[in-house]
Design a protein around this ligand. Structure first.
Ligand code: 1GP
Length: 230
């Protein structure tokens, strides 16, 4: 079976955005470690199933990052469940999860479920607005979240989410230094090999999203970090 701990690079595809067959093929054959399907707005059962069936033609791990209950379906290798620790709305801590378990708890294979401790840091992102996250965080704040995730909640993943913005390297480094067990995911504003390389120095796994839709060639170059960080 797949070992998430070994993943260094992930492409995140937004089911609400269009991607050509040629671009999808180059993403899936790029030597990335996995594909996540996930987004914030307009994630529906229809667009998730459509994208899932297109990606499934390729032999690489496929993850659904759950954003709402309506678009959850069988057929993925893993289900990543975000809990947004700096959200001011309990819905995004465990409210959606609680609802989901009430309805589907009896049929879930918990070996496929992976809990992600999210810290959302770009105030100008959709995810920050939707989750009403307090994004104005100091290094000490982020270190405390890292400790909470690693030592107290003992979550497998901490996700520093700068979605749409390149993050603060010092914040990423500080979080990385606190983590002894938890795997550090970094996502946001990775647009080329340089930005990918810098964040991959500290994060265990980098997530590349938007540039896929802006400049596919640049997106594909980010996978080269795997050659640098063997
Ligand atoms: C979004 O962290 C990912 O959830 C990737 O961010 O779209 O800015 O690459 P970008």
């Amino acid at each position: 079976m797949y070992n998430i701990k070994e993943w260094q690079h992930i492409f995140k595809l937004d089911p609400a955005k269009d991607i050509s067959d040629a671009d999808l093929e180059s993403i899936c054959e790029s030597n990335t470690d996995a594909i996540i399907i996930g987004g914030t707005d307009n994630v529906t059962e229809d667009n998730v199933i459509h994208l899932m069936s297109r990606v499934r033609r390729y032999p690489l791990p496929l993850v659904l990052e759950i954003s709402n209950i309506e678009s959850v379906m069988p057929g993925f290798d893993f289900y990543f469940v975000p809990t947004v620790l700096n959200s001011n709305d309990v819905t995004y801590h465990n409210g959606i999860l609680h609802e989901a378990l009430k309805t589907y708890g009896h049929m879930i294979d918990f070996n496929e479920m992976v809990f992600e401790g999210y810290v959302v840091l770009n105030s100008d992102s959709k995810v920050a607005r939707k989750t009403q996250a307090t994004t104005d965080l100091t290094i000490e704040d982020v270190e405390a979240y890292a400790q909470m995730i690693n030592n107290m909640y003992k979550l497998p993943i901490m996700y520093l989410e700068y979605s749409g913005q390149y993050g603060d390297v010092e914040i990423v480094r500080s979080a990385a230094e606190m983590l002894t067990e938890t795997q550090l995911f970094y996502g946001g504003g990775i647009v080329d090999l340089d930005t990918a390389t810098e964040m991959a120095t500290y994060a265990d796994t980098i997530i590349v999203g938007d540039i896929i839709y802006q400049d596919i060639k640049k997106a594909l170059k980010t996978v080269k970090i795997k050659e640098l960080h063997k």
